[in-house]
Ligand binder design. Structure first.
Ligand SMILES: [Fe+2]
Length: 271
């Protein structure tokens, strides 16, 4: 991704032999820790002063690897990947083999409505003595008053996003931020990464790439796009409707996760 800032930094990497030495040290430290575990150490949760903290960090780190690797695996040529034994099954609707080339809102994907979320206090951050693992940037505490806003009831679906694609959303720089348009042009992106084109380009017929399989498009599933694409969709929606849509903020996301506040909504993306 040469358009972003990752390639600007000239990093100095350690020699392979140094990496091996370090890995050996860590392996021994962690193995010792596991073999000498006592029940008392595990009794009251794990706080930062516990040697077990390093294990909890490893578990959490591994979960992050699974998440990022699931994207990398989805980008691999399909003939090089295989659904692993013991891997959690796809959602059952993945097995629905019906093909809908021209999805209709309300029939093949839900009509999304905007739900008002009232102004409320949101507290971010975690206490130092919280008895489970946290990354260093999760600590501290800050209270916010989040103003009233509206959020879409559902995550934006593939079906809704197709409306943007069909309307030439990927060809109009007006919908994109400068950095978003650079990403779009650099990759020559014309639709979401995991939509697999079927037939001539202008027809907009797609299958859907899952991590290990390709299936007929699921128009009611949430669309998988990056932040630039989400921003462009919101801008397009604003232009089309005359109302101001945008990607929701972290604070707003926390607000809708408050079960007292919104009972019917799932997570989502637009104001
Ligand atoms: Fe890692």
């Amino acid at each position: 991704m040469s358009w972003d800032d990752l390639s600007k930094n000239k990093m100095k990497w350690p020699a392979v032999s140094e990496v091996h030495r370090y890995r050996k040290q860590v392996y021994e430290a962690v193995s010792n820790l596991i073999s000498n575990l006592t029940d008392e150490q595990c009794a009251n949760g794990i706080t930062q002063d516990s040697p077990l903290w390093s294990l909890a960090m490893s578990f959490e780190h591994e979960r992050i690897h699974l998440e990022t690797s699931s994207v990398l695996l989805s980008e691999m040529p399909i003939e090089h990947v295989k659904f692993p034994a013991n891997f959690p099954a796809y959602h059952p609707t993945a097995n629905d083999n019906s093909i809908e080339k021209n999805p209709i809102a309300g029939q093949h994907y839900p009509i999304n409505e905007m739900i008002t979320v009232s102004s409320q206090k949101v507290t971010l951050g975690k206490a130092r003595d919280y008895p489970s693992f946290g990354w260093d940037n999760e600590y501290g505490r800050r209270d916010y008053q989040v103003p009233e806003f509206k959020a879409s009831k559902f995550l934006i679906t593939n079906g809704e996003y197709l409306e943007f694609v069909r309307d030439g959303g990927y060809g109009n720089p007006d919908y994109w931020t400068d950095v978003g348009w650079k990403f779009r042009a650099f990759r020559n992106v014309k639709w979401p990464s995991f939509w697999m084109r079927k037939g001539p380009q202008g027809l907009h017929h797609f299958d859907l790439r899952l991590i290990f399989d390709e299936v007929p498009m699921k128009w009611s599933w949430p669309v998988v796009v990056n932040y630039h694409e989400a921003e462009a969709y919101a801008k397009w929606k604003s232009v089309k409707t005359g109302q101001k849509y945008r990607v929701m903020t972290e604070l707003e996301h926390n607000a809708i996760r408050n079960p007292k506040q919104v009972s019917s909504s799932s997570s989502l993306s637009l104001l």
